[in-house]
Write a protein that binds this ligand. Structure first.
Ligand code: ADP
Ligand code: MG
Length: 349
């Protein structure tokens, strides 16, 4: 009788806890893509290929030529809170050089999909291994043949969390989110050849030769690439080491902030402290509600920025935010001044 059960407090089983937690890390297909691409970049890949079928719940495959994993590391990697990137709290304090560090992505993705990981280590004995996780149930590690690197294939995403699936938008909208995320990583990592395909059609493919403008050309096309102005500054403040990248001519804009991509030490960061000084630097040259194309990386001492403030890791906290803002505004304004786009340094204050 169900009424006898009412009000009884009991612990949830581990699988249910995982499924609930998964909803927070893995909200939609684009979140899976983000985690997998970050792992490939952290694995020092020269080439990352992302392919998505339909809205992404059918299949997402991310393939890289990175360091790979040994069979026994593969088994550990899919457990909760396991990472090769962070050892202790001291590492967390000194600043994190990798994109991931929480050690929860593979475990979480495996809880809400049918995921197969195939990997071969780059170093040592190059013996490949494969592991499948289905709804959190981890299978046996099997031998597998592949060149060094890792392939993660995520199928039937959210098959066991129908509420998540319901909440997804059309395939076009979900893929647009994937595209936005992969584009950002491609722009932030011009030395990595990044290729994105949707239903077997190539969306873009960057050459990976280290040139940001080449990456901009691949991702945004020729009109945008030709409108870009180079930024390269070494500010005098201790708060920032270097500011590099490109900003568009004020006539080449869009009506959303989506193309205003700012990075801190190569990590995508969406923060007003980075966006606002860029806009300020145009000194009124932008039409209202228009936003430039921006690919700007701020390099600074990792111990001067806290990247661990937001669970989705796109916001940061700077030790000296106002010095960072000033440095960005000056760097972008100087670049625009050189091109004769803005005429003089706007008075401060
Ligand atoms: P995190 O990235 O926070 O460490 P993940 O769950 O995303 O946590 O990954 C767990 C571990 O699996 C990583 O620390 C890494 O050692 C290994 N790993 C995941 N993806 C890859 C990959 N593409 N190439 C090599 N190793 C990987
Ligand atoms: Mg990760």
């Amino acid at each position: 009788d169900a009424s006898e059960d009412a009000g009884v407090v009991r612990a949830l089983d581990a699988a249910t806890v995982d499924r609930i937690a998964a909803g927070e890390v893995v909200e939609r297909p684009a979140s899976v893509v983000k985690e997998l691409v970050e792992n490939s970049l952290d694995a020092d890949a020269d080439e990352v290929r992302v392919s998505v079928a339909g809205d992404g719940t059918d299949e997402i495959v991310v393939r890289d030529d990175g360091v790979g994993m040994r069979a026994r590391d593969l088994e550990v990697a899919v457990e909760q809170h396991t990472t090769s990137k962070l050892r202790d709290a001291e590492d967390l304090e000194s600043g994190i050089g990798t994109l991931g560090f929480r050690g929860e992505a593979l475990h979480t993705i495996g809880a809400v999909s049918k995921t197969t990981i195939t990997t071969t280590p780059r170093a040592g004995e190059r013996r490949g291994a494969e592991l499948t996780i289905e709804g959190g149930a981890v299978g046996e590690v099997e031998p597998a043949g592949r060149p060094p690197g890792t392939t993660v294939a995520v199928r039937d995403l959210f098959y066991n969390t129908p509420a998540r699936r319901e909440f997804l938008k059309t395939p076009a909208t979900e893929f647009a989110r994937v595209n936005r995320i992969v584009s950002r990583y491609a722009l932030a990592n011009p030395g990595v050849a990044v290729r994105l395909t949707h239903d077997d059609r190539e969306t873009f493919s960057t050459p990976g030769r280290g040139d940001v403008l080449e990456a901009i050309l691949a991702v945004y096309g020729r009109d945008v690439a030709e409108a870009m102005v180079r930024v390269d500054a070494t500010p005098e403040t201790d708060a920032v080491d270097r500011i590099t990248g490109y900003v568009s001519h004020p006539e080449t804009t869009r009506s959303t902030r989506e193309y205003l991509a700012t990075f801190v030490n190569g990590r995508y960061v969406s923060d007003r402290a980075l966006r606002e000084p860029v806009i300020e630097a145009y000194g009124g040259q932008l039409a209202s509600d228009r936003f430039p194309f921006v690919v700007l990386d701020v390099t600074l001492d990792p111990s001067r920025v806290d990247a661990n403030v937001h669970p989705r890791k796109t916001e940061v906290r700077f030790d000296d935010e106002s010095a960072v803002r000033d440095a960005i505004e000056t760097a972008v304004r100087d670049a625009l001044l050189d091109e004769g786009i803005v005429r003089s340094r706007a008075p401060r204050g």
